[in-house]
Design a protein around this ligand. Sequence first.
Ligand code: MG
Length: 253
Amino acid sequence: MKLFLAILLGVSPITASAQGVPPIPWAPHDSTRPPPPVVRPAPGPAGPWSPPSDAIVLFGGTDLSSWRAPRDSGAARWRVVDGAVEVVPGTGDIESRQGFGDCQLHIEWMAPSPRSGEGQEPGNSGVYLMGRYEVQVLDSYQNQTYADGMAAAMYGQYPPLVNASRPPGEWQTYDIVFRHPGFDARGRLRTPAYVTVIHNGVLVQDHVPLTGPTAHGRRPPYEAHPDRLPLRLQDHGQRVRFRNIWIRNLEGP
Ligand code: MG
């Protein structure tokens, strides 16, 4: 029936959705998109989470040797303080020296307290899988912004299922499962990237198919890229801290 209607209307059911990914029925950053309900996470972990034996520790609390500045591949210029790495505004993003594709990532972050600013400002940073696909970092505790730009949103694409944010000044966790997109020999998309995110122990992204790289105000199409690329953390001018960053490489499918 669907196919018949599509033929009747002269639209292909295949091209109707960009590159096989179902269209998102909201424009990027639509302010009328309803905010997800608030969920109160369990009290934070008492201490740092220990990485499992097969994890690659990207930041264990002391040094930034696994990181570099993407601009010039020189040393990462953020500062290490109290077992955490803190954004030094204006120094730019940092990225892992190693590339990753399919992976499980654990990362903890804390927005500055007291809060300054509102909306997209307080505690803004980002976890960019493959340097392209951003899980938003933002102080979204009792702080309203467009739904697809709040904490744990896939920026500009999917709001989190619920708002599991902790207040600024408290550590928060992201546990992320990422599947990289696949491209054929001619660079056409074969399978989109998929992301699952658990925020403070609460499922907030459930295997969502990305429409392409994340961006502000638009949804650019995929461009073919290697199966492994560096993980990037965003300098958005806010002194956000990160700690206990570890990652596990996953096999296919
Ligand atoms: Mg951001």
